[in-house]
Design a protein around this ligand. Structure first.
Ligand code: URA
Ligand code: CA
Length: 433
């Protein structure tokens, strides 16, 4: 087999065979196929697309390029959740204890990563003592005992994806559905769960700006998952404005605690229930999505979900009294209000720009080596559709520096007040095949 012939085949719109895709990914991982040939192939895929079979094969070839996590020592159906990324996305912090409270094993491997706020691990580390440096044995033991544990990323997972994603970044081939879908799904599949629930975000703060693109990506990922034997479903959710009120690490922990008590922001609660009922259903704990939703509501109202969060924190060395006393979480030195300059209705809160405002305070990492300030961030006091009067606070800035003029300016530029607003849509679609 010669790479040049396979590039030509794809360039001409033909379908690559399983063994050809394996040859390409194995060769590329071992540096036997050079970047320039791989770039040409990525561009050919960009224009010619891939069939469902090719996408599934590409995904599995990337899974098999490195280590995979074996969760077979954990009892029950392991269901993982993945979000394509957004601003102030507190869902994992809520969902993990929520579904674990229904005896569904949550064996989560998580990262830190770049972004407007930290990743799930950074957020949890806002709780004094909490740590994810536990052994694999401890991890398995905790999930079997209490159904929930989080461990830091380790091992050499999907090296082919790492290499190819970096190459796509500099060859204008990131925005290709077959490549994005196989990239995301390869990482999820290598992480070892039996079933996967995807939260595909759309809007200003999302990777996929339009609903049509988000739907196409969701269908592509669900089809890959189901074709390689992992039950997969997706929710297409709004990320034109930030989710919930809190954007910041400790602030989002507090928001998660509120939501587990049934008094969180409505949009966050609704999305957690939408994702949660799919997780419960895929774990075979309910025979319908309606039944799954009832079960989730019940563990919120009877306090089991909140208790699960406490056990989870304590199991991993954290101070679980923060759940009843959230004032023990790191607090920023200054709380500064951003008053509305006019009467009207909030018509737009541009998610990515507001996320950047939180990052200016130090809530997220700009580069891999940045240090996060866990206490800082933003609390939205108004969301799209809310009416507002001059002088009322739009946002509370939680800052450890006194001068926040840059943050204020960014907020004013990105919250639009008008005389009317379209009512926001939170969930655009549910994708099951
Ligand atoms: N995120 C990924 O992990 N891969 C892509 O290709 C795009 C977004
Ligand atoms: Ca939030």
């Amino acid at each position: 087999m010669r790479m040049v012939d396979l590039i030509a085949k794809k360039r001409d719109g033909k379908e690559l065979k399983t063994e050809e895709i394996n040859f390409i990914i194995e060769g590329y991982t071992k540096d036997e196929i050079p970047d320039y040939q791989m770039s040409a192939l990525a561009m050919a895929i960009f224009f010619q697309d891939m069939t469902e079979r090719e996408r599934a094969d590409l995904t599995m070839a990337m899974v098999n390029s490195g280590d995979t996590i074996d969760l077979s020592a954990i009892e029950g159906v392991k269901v993982d959740k993945h979000s394509t990324g957004g601003v102030g996305d507190t869902t994992t912090l809520v969902l993990a204890p929520l579904v674990a409270a229904l005896d569904i094993p949550v064996a989560k491997m998580s990262g830190r990563g770049l972004g407007h706020t930290g990743g799930t691990i950074d957020k949890l580390e806002a709780i004094a003592g909490f740590h994810v440096e536990i052994s694999n044995e401890e991890f398995v033991k905790l999930v079997n005992k209490d159904k929930i544990a989080v461990i830091g990323q380790s091992g050499n997972l999907t090296p082919a994806d790492k290499k190819l994603y970096a190459l796509r970044d500099v060859t204008a081939t990131v925005d290709a559905i077959p490549l994005i879908a196989s990239s995301i799904m390869s990482k999820k599949i290598a992480a070892g769960s039996d079933a996967i629930v995807l939260d595909v975000k759309t809007g200003a703060g999302a990777f996929m700006k339009s609903v049509e693109d988000a739907k196409e990506l969701a269908h592509a990922m669900v089809s890959i998952g189901n074709n390689v034997g992992r039950k997969t479903m997706a929710v297409i959710s709004d990320m034109s404005q930030p989710l919930g009120f809190a954007i910041g690490n400790a602030l989002e922990v507090k928001e998660a605690i509120d939501t587990l008590q049934g008094k969180g922001p409505k949009d966050l609660e609704e999305l957690c229930l939408a994702l949660g009922r799919q997780m419960v259903f895929l774990a075979n704990k309910a025979s319908s999505l309606e039944e799954a939703e009832k079960m989730l509501q019940e563990v919120i109202s009877n306090g089991k979900a909140l208790n699960k969060f406490k056990d989870f924190i304590a199991n991993q060395g954290g101070d679980s009294s923060v759940v009843d006393h959230p004032e023990k979480l790191p607090q920023a030195k200054y709380q500064i209000e951003v008053p509305a300059k006019e009467d009207g209705v909030v018509a737009e809160i541009v998610a990515d720009e507001i996320g950047t405002a939180a990052m200016l305070l130090g809530a997220g990492r700009a580069t891999k080596d940045s240090v996060i300030d866990l206490a800082v961030g933003l609390m939205l006091n108004k969301k799209v559709g809310d009416s507002v009067k001059v002088g009322e606070s739009l946002v509370t800035i939680h800052s450890n520096r006194e001068n926040v003029d840059d943050v204020m300016t960014k907020i004013y530029e990105n919250i639009r007040i008008s005389d009317h607003a379209e009512s926001p849509i939170l969930i655009y679609d549910i994708v099951t095949e």
